[in-house]
Design a binder for this molecule. Structure first.
Ligand SMILES: [Zn+2]
Length: 494
C-alpha cells in the first residue's frame, strides 16, 4: 500500500514537537506500543482517557487500511512506590496489605482492568505481554547494556550510567530536559552508596531477603527496573525500531526517556519513530489522582456515588465526553460538560436508526462525498475527534431533515451516508448504542431481557420461528422492543 485511504495521516510527534506525516517502516504493517497499567489497584478515569486515546489511534489506523500489531503491556513487577529506585514494589505492598500472593493481586487487578476496558468499548491489543513473563529478555537486555559500557553493577544491582550515555547521545531529548539542569535540581540521595550519579537509574535491582518477587540473574537474586520491561517487550514484538510508542504525558520523564536510552545503549539505535502522548484528565483544574481524592472509579461514575458527581453517567456518555476534546489537550471534568455530552450522544444515537428508514429521491440536496472527505480530513489531522464529531452532527442534521421530508437524497447518497455514519460512530469513535437499558440503572432487567434474547436466538437457530416470534411479541406487549442489528440484538422500551 502506497498511501493510506483518504490522504496522508498527520500525527504530532512529541519527540520532534512537530506535526508529521505518518509513514510506517513496513506498510501496510504498523507497530504500536502503549504503556499499560501497573496492576496493583483499580483503574480510575484518568487512566481510561489515556487508553481511549490509543484505542482511537488503533481504530483509525485500521480504518485507513493498515494492519496494526498493537502491543500494550501489563506491569506486574518492578514498579516501585513513588516511581523511584528504592523502596517497596507497588504490587508486593498491596499483596501484604490485602494478605494475598502478589500474583493474586496481579490477576485481580488485571481482571478489573479488562472489565473497565470492555465497559468503555476499548479494544484489546494484539499482544498483552507481562513483565514477569519476559524476565529472560530483560536480563539479556541488561547484559547488552553492560557490554556497551553504559551499565554497571554495584552490590548486586545494575545501574544505567546516564552522564556517560549523555556524553555521546541525546539524553533528555523527548522530555526537553538537560543533564546540567537535572543535576542542579536533584536532591535525590537514594541509592547513592551504589550509584555513580544521582541521575543513574536501576535496570536490575538486588532483592533483599524478605522481598516477595525475585528471580535469579547473573548479578544474584533480584528484579528488573521499571523502565526496562517496556524496552524489552516492545522491541521483542515490534522490532528494534518500530513505528509508534504511546503513553500518558506523565510517562515522558523519566519512563520514556529511559526507554530510549536503554534501547540506544543495548541495540545501538533509537527504538521509536513517532512518540505520542495523551494529555491528563483534570478535575477543577487538578490532575485526577487517587492521592488527590478526586480519582473516581468507573463504578462510582456509573452509579453517581461520589461527592463530585451530581448523578451517574453511562460509559458511552463518558467516552463521548472524552472524544469531544483533542487528546493532546487537558480535559477538565465537570457535571455540566457530562450532561451536555449525554444530550449530544442521545441526539447522535437517535439519528442512527433513521438511516434505514430514509426514502430515496431522484435528486440530491446534500453533498455526502464532501461530508465524507471532511470526516477523513479531521481524523487525518492528528486524530481531531472534536472536529469529526462536529461533522457527524452535520450528518445528523442531514438525516433528520431527510427523514422529515425537508431534504432530498438519492438512494446512492443514502447508502453512502449510512456507511459513513456507521463507520465513524461505531468503528472509529467506538460508540455503542446503549439503548434505554443503560439509563435505567437496572442491571437485573438488562440481564433478564438478555436471557430472552439468547432463548430467541436459540429458537431461530433450530428454525423454530413460531417460538422466536412469540418471544419477541410477548416482550413487546410487556413494553420491551427488540432490535436486530449488525451487532446482534439490542432492546429498548417500547
Ligand atoms: Zn512503559
Amino acid at each position: 500500500m502506497s498511501e493510506p485511504k483518504g490522504g496522508p495521516f498527520l500525527i504530532t510527534n512529541t519527540l520532534t514537537r512537530r506535526k508529521e506525516e505518518f509513514k510506517p517502516l513496513r506498510p501496510p504493517h504498523v507497530g504500536l506500543y502503549v504503556c499499560g497499567p501497573t496492576v496493583y489497584s483499580d483503574v480510575h478515569l484518568g487512566n481510561v482517557r489515556s487508553f481511549l486515546t490509543f484505542d482511537v489511534l488503533y481504530r483509525w489506523l485500521t480504518h485507513i487500511g493498515y494492519t496494526v500489531r498493537y502491543v500494550r503491556n501489563i506491569t506486574d513487577v518492578g514498579h516501585l512506590v513513588g516511581d523511584v529506585d528504592e523502596g517497596e514494589d507497588k504490587i508486593a505492598k498491596r499483596a501484604r496489605l490485602e494478605q494475598l500472593e502478589p500474583m493474586e493481586i496481579v490477576q485481580k487487578y488485571t481482571n478489573g482492568f479488562h472489565d473497565v476496558m470492555r465497559l468503555f468499548n476499548i479494544l484489546p491489543p494484539s499482544i498483552e505481554p507481562t513483565a514477569t513473563g519476559h524476565l529472560i529478555e530483560q536480563i539479556e537486555m541488561v547484559k547488552r547494556i553492560i557490554a556497551s559500557g553504559y551499565g554497571y553493577e554495584a552490590n548486586g544491582s545494575v545501574y544505567f550510567d546516564v552522564p556517560k550515555f549523555a556524553e555521546k547521545h541525546a539524553y533528555g531529548e523527548l522530555s526537553g530536559r538537560k543533564i546540567d539542569e537535572l543535576l542542579a535540581n536533584t536532591r535525590d540521595t537514594e541509592g547513592m552508596d551504589e550509584k555513580r550519579s544521582p541521575l543513574d537509574f536501576a535496570i536490575w535491582k538486588k532483592a533483599d531477603p524478605v522481598h516477595l518477587m525475585k528471580w535469579p540473574s547473573p548479578w544474584g537474586e533480584g528484579f528488573p527496573g521499571w523502565h526496562l520491561e517496556c524496552s524489552a517487550m516492545s522491541t521483542k514484538y515490534l522490532g528494534q525500531t518500530f513505528d509508534i510508542h504511546g503513553g500518558g504525558m506523565d510517562l515522558k520523564f523519566p519512563h520514556h526517556e529511559c526507554e530510549i536510552a536503554q534501547s540506544v545503549a543495548a541495540d545501538g539505535h533509537a527504538p521509536v519513530r513517532y512518540w505520542m502522548h495523551g494529555n491528563m484528565l483534570t478535575v477543577n483544574g487538578r490532575k485526577m489522582a487517587k492521592s488527590e481524592g478526586n480519582g473516581f472509579t468507573p463504578e462510582e461514575l456509573l452509579t453517581g456515588n461520589h461527592k463530585l458527581l451530581e448523578k451517574g453517567y453511562s460509559a458511552m456518555t463518558v467516552r463521548f465526553f472524552m472524544l469531544q476534546c483533542h487528546y493532546a489537550s487537558t480535559l477538565d471534568f465537570s457535571n455540566a460538560a457530562l450532561q451536555a455530552a449525554e444530550k449530544g450522544l442521545e441526539r447522535l444515537m437517535k439519528a442512527m436508526p433513521l438511516l434505514d428508514r430514509l426514502k430515496a429521491a431522484e435528486t440530491d440536496e446534500a453533498d455526502i462525498a464532501a461530508l465524507e472527505q471532511r470526516c477523513h480530513a479531521a481524523m487525518n489531522d492528528d486524530l481531531n475527534s472534536p472536529v469529526l464529531i462536529a461533522e457527524l452532527f452535520e450528518g445528523v442534521r442531514i438525516i433528520n431533515s431527510a427523514h422529515d421530508g425537508k431534504l432530498k437524497l438519492t438512494a446512492a447518497s443514502i447508502d453512502r451516508l449510512a456507511k459513513l455514519m456507521r463507520a465513524m460512530v461505531h468503528d472509529v469513535l467506538g460508540l455503542k448504542d446503549e439503548g434505554t437499558s443503560a439509563k435505567t440503572d437496572d442491571g437485573a432487567l438488562d440481564a433478564l431481557v438478555g436471557e430472552f434474547i439468547r432463548m430467541r436466538a436459540e429458537a431461530k437457530g433450530r428454525r423454530d420461528f413460531a417460538a422466536s416470534d412469540a418471544i419477541r411479541d410477548r416482550l413487546e406487549v410487556l413494553g420491551i422492543r427488540l432490535k436486530d442489528g449488525k451487532e446482534g440484538t439490542t432492546w429498548e422500551r417500547a
